[in-house]
Design a protein. Structure first.
Length: 247
């Protein structure tokens, strides 16, 4: 009887190990695939949980790996439920703009959200996602981690940003075009959405904007005034991320 139980346990353990190994390339695909949607985000969460739970079962007899899985779960729970604290708005703003600049040259992909391909709303959102998570980890601030996760979970378009995007953006001003805009009213990280809600750009300082341009097929920086870029000649609305409004 014990021999039968052992064979059954050994068979299922091998099956779990194979499943665990097969899930890693699935996770890598989900993380690097540039286009994101609700189904892919849900799939990412399921795969992450499956890797953790199967790993815990498979490596339970390995004390170091077992403790590693448990500690990882505790860390995740800590960042999900524990209260955070006030953060330095200017530090978050700098991290946001630095991240935006790192996307320069990235190819344009409609619906894209990473370095393999990104679109205009994906650019301004991913910049803030990364900034929140980076500062949240470095300063052990669960609030910022949670904000980064929420920004990742709730996708948005340029039109959604213009409409307030779950009360995360605030309208500051309007202008006939970015070329005609008084740039003295801007802070780093402010965004401009065309009045038709089709395109969004981010201000990175020194009269310069960054955008994932569908015409140029890549992310570019543009310094105003500019004559040969359509997006700089149309009516726009200026918004600021509520997170980046100085207290």
């Amino acid at each position: 009887m014990n021999n039968i139980k052992y064979k059954f346990y050994n068979k299922w353990r091998k099956y779990l190990i194979k499943t665990w190994l097969y899930l890693w390339p699935v996770l890598i695909f989900l993380l690097v695939y540039p286009v994101s949607n609700s189904l892919l985000r849900i799939s990412t969460i399921i795969v992450l949980f499956s890797l953790w739970s199967i790993g815990l079962l498979v490596f339970w007899s390995k004390k170091a790996l077992r403790y590693m899985c448990i500690i990882l779960a505790i860390i995740v729970i800590f960042y999900l439920i524990f209260p955070g604290r006030n953060y330095d708005t200017e530090k978050l703003r700098k991290a946001y703009v630095d991240t935006l600049m790192n996307y320069e040259g990235t190819r344009y992909v409609w619906g894209g959200e990473n370095k393999l391909g990104i679109d205009c709303s994906g650019l301004v959102r991913q910049g803030l996602i990364y900034a929140n998570i980076k500062i949240g980890i470095l300063e052990i601030n669960p609030d910022l981690i949670r904000e980064g996760i929420l920004l990742w979970w709730y996708d948005c378009s340029a039109k959604a940003l213009l409409d307030g995007y779950r009360q995360k953006t605030r309208l500051l001003a309007s202008a006939q075009s970015i070329n005609e805009l008084d740039h003295s009213i801007l802070l780093l990280g402010d965004i401009a959405v065309t009045s038709d809600g089709i395109h969004v750009l981010a201000f990175v300082g020194d009269s310069t904007w960054i955008e994932a341009d569908p015409y140029e097929k890549k992310t570019i920086k543009v310094r105003v005034p500019v004559k040969n870029n359509f997006w700089f000649k149309v009516p726009i609305h200026i918004l600021r991320w509520c997170q980046l409004i100085n207290n």
